[in-house]
Design a protein around this ligand. Structure first.
Ligand code: ASP
Ligand code: MG
Length: 421
């Protein structure tokens, strides 16, 4: 079996959905298809959630209506008249459910839990529409599955961890029993053991695809994207970018972790563990090679890879009493960061101080307040982190020697610089 993942950009309009049908028609393999929410739906649903949490029900319903209209527009373009009503009606249970959530007067206490309940509707809608399109008009007989019943997670809402054992049992059971060639399921979403909807973190559909591939020991995963493959740098920020034909798992995971937005950082581990290759292919040109990520790089790369991670904050932490930070305080500081779900991107230490570069997040202020009860804390925000793998002296001079560089770390292969944004 193969696993295909189609992201939001690939399914943002009717043409994208037709293209999925054409890609699926071209393969004879059994395929488990993982699909994201259409276009910018997740952002829009974050708006619904925001209004909902602020007790602005009217506003929440209005924003939901915009999301729904966008989907109805796509249905209008996609389906022949005889099918339109059926497909529109198939969204009704979802509409009822979300309106019920919005109008429920129960206390809006758990921000993250409600986030997952509301935002998950993006994937539920996209797959409901696409699965029917494939069945009714696209010539691809398929089974729609609700990943909330298959992908079981812990209860860390918005960043749930997957229970591989139960998930494997559930998914293998469905795959074994399904007599259709194609199965269509949602990326990004799952549920905890009591059935509450969870999500795997923004852009988490890649990870869903990797989980499905891992538990079914699939032959490969293909992530279909609106780029020709993995480029050595983001063309929005750098000139003369080139496509990388092949990467090993280690480079890929470093790249993803440093902020390359082509694949979700958690995607690589389950694939590496089972030695399943990952292809990143251009949605618009399915016959092109794209990039292959596997255990062994077949082609040496001779271009530097540049990754820019935005919204960084550099925090320096010093014990008031001159304790050695690495010996006495490290685990305490790290456990605090774990508690606030702060992701550390770079660390530097001296005898009595620890400096970390982390993603700006809504928990940062609370973390800093908490740290300040025991440590001297200084920070700079509005920074970006540039990682260059395979840098040369010219790149070093250009970026690390600049006045904007707050912190520079280099090994023989990798250069990392925290810069003013
Ligand atoms: N729809 C979710 C998001 O936009 C998950 C994904 O696209 O991977 O973050
Ligand atoms: Mg997406």
């Amino acid at each position: 079996m193969k696993v295909y993942k189609f992201g939001g950009a690939s399914v943002r309009n009717a043409e994208g959905v037709r293209n999925i049908a054409s890609i699926l028609q071209k393969t004879e393999d059994k395929v488990f298809v993982i699909i994201s929410a259409m276009g910018k739906t997740t952002n829009a649903l974050e708006g619904v959630h925001e209004a909902f949490m602020a007790n602005r029900n009217e506003r929440a319903r209005e924003r939901w209506r915009e999301v729904l209209d966008y989907h109805l527009g796509i249905i209008g373009q996609l389906f022949a008249d005889e099918h339109k009503a059926t497909v529109e009606n198939s969204l009704l249970p979802l509409t009822d459910e979300i309106v019920k959530i919005i109008d429920n007067s129960a206390e809006r206490d758990d921000f993250d839990k409600f986030y997952d309940r509301i935002v998950s509707f993006g994937e539920l809608m996209s797959t409901t529409i696409i699965s029917q399109y494939l069945n009714l008009q696209g010539g691809v007989d398929n089974l729609w599955v609700d990943m909330r019943q298959l992908l079981v997670t812990d209860s860390r809402f918005r960043e749930a961890g997957v229970n591989y054992t139960i998930t494997a049992r559930n998914i293998c059971e469905v795959v074994g029993r399904c007599d259709k060639r194609v199965i269509v399921g949602q990326g990004f979403i799952g549920a905890n053991p009591s059935g509450c909807t969870t999500t795997l973190g923004r852009e988490g559909s890649d990870y869903s695809a990797a989980v499905v591939a891992s538990v079914t020991e699939a032959d490969s995963v293909t992530i279909w994207k609106d780029v020709p493959g993995i480029l050595n740098a983001d063309p929005k920020h750098f000139d003369n970018t080139v496509k990388i034909p092949c990467l090993n798992y280690l480079d890929a995971v470093e790249l993803a972790h440093s902020g390359a937005q082509v694949i979700h950082p958690k995607t690589i581990k389950p694939l590496q563990n089972k030695n399943i290759p990952l292809c990143v292919k251009p949605f618009g040109q399915p016959d092109q090679e794209g990039t292959i990520i596997c255990s062994q790089q077949t082609q040496q790369m001779n271009v530097p890879i540049m990754i820019l991670k935005q919204n960084q904050i550099l925090i320096s932490i010093r014990p008031n009493d001159f304790s050695f930070v690495l010996e006495d305080k490290l685990s305490e500081i790290f456990s605090l960061m774990g508690q606030y779900r702060i992701k550390i991107n770079l660390i530097q230490s001296s005898a009595v101080s620890l400096t970390v570069c982390v993603d700006q997040s809504r928990h940062i202020d609370r973390l800093i307040d908490q740290l300040q009860t025991e440590y001297k804390v200084a920070y700079n925000d509005n920074l970006k982190l540039l990682t260059i793998r395979g840098y040369d002296e010219e790149l070093f001079t250009r970026y690390a020697d600049s006045e904007d560089a707050f912190l520079v770390q280099r090994t023989r292969r990798t250069l990392r610089i925290v810069l003013k944004a």
